[in-house]
Design a protein around this ligand. Structure first.
Ligand code: ADP
Length: 190
């Protein structure tokens, strides 16, 4: 359990939506940001695309229709949490611009983070071995290979993870949260 004495009086929740290719760094940055926010005493929840597909979105596949439904459900839960003053970190490929924009429209406080690494870099990393399988044709509808990824046009934050360290990327997100008044500014960088 959390130490309540360290809990801040959080006035306003927010949804921070990390989008990008598989292996771009969404989960890694989310974890870093989550840890830092918890240290600072904020209420935080992470909705990770992979984990969500085991429960809330169980049974959904990777057709366009199912991907849209996946994002809609995550967006719905994020909105519920955020309106109860939780900082919600969503990590999901969320390849389609239109549904990301739809979620933005229905979510009062919303920050989009484009986790940007080229397909080449993501494929080289191949954190989960999925690109190899997709190239071998063992996985169909894999984003970036045989399924589209529509890059965000106006993200609040862009993390270029093939140029930045994890700490630098996470700091960009934390700075934006400070700048927009969701968290209290701190003197030092990470
Ligand atoms: P995703 O959640 O987008 O599928 P992961 O976070 O699981 O991606 O994997 C990203 C990989 O890239 C990790 O191995 C991580 O260590 C590495 N990486 C290198 N630089 C960065 C960075 N600046 N931010 C995030 N991840 C990075």
């Amino acid at each position: 359990m959390y130490d309540k004495s360290r809990m801040r009086q959080q006035e306003c929740g927010v949804t921070v939506w990390f989008t990008g290719l598989s292996g771009a760094g969404k989960t890694t940055i989310c974890q870093f940001v989550e840890k830092e926010l918890r240290i600072q005493g904020y209420r935080v929840e992470v909705l990770d695309g992979d984990a969500v597909r085991q429960n809330l979105c169980k049974g959904l596949g990777f057709s366009k229709e199912d991907r849209v439904e996946n994002i809609r459900r995550i967006g719905f839960v994020a909105q519920l949490l955020a309106r109860n003053n939780v900082i919600v970190l969503v990590s999901a490929i969320s390849p389609y611009r239109q549904i990301r924009e739809e979620v933005r429209q229905i979510t009062p406080f919303f920050i989009e983070v484009y986790v940007n690494a080229s397909l080449e870099v993501c494929e080289q990393r191949d954190v989960k071995g999925l690109y190899k399988k997709a190239r071998a044709g063992e996985i169909k509808h894999f984003t970036g290979i045989d399924d589209p990824y529509e890059i965000p046009l106006c993200p609040e934050v862009e993390c270029k993870t093939n140029e930045e360290s994890v700490a630098q990327s996470a700091t960009k997100v934390l700075k934006k949260l400070e700048e927009l008044g969701y968290i209290v500014a701190r003197m030092n960088d990470l």
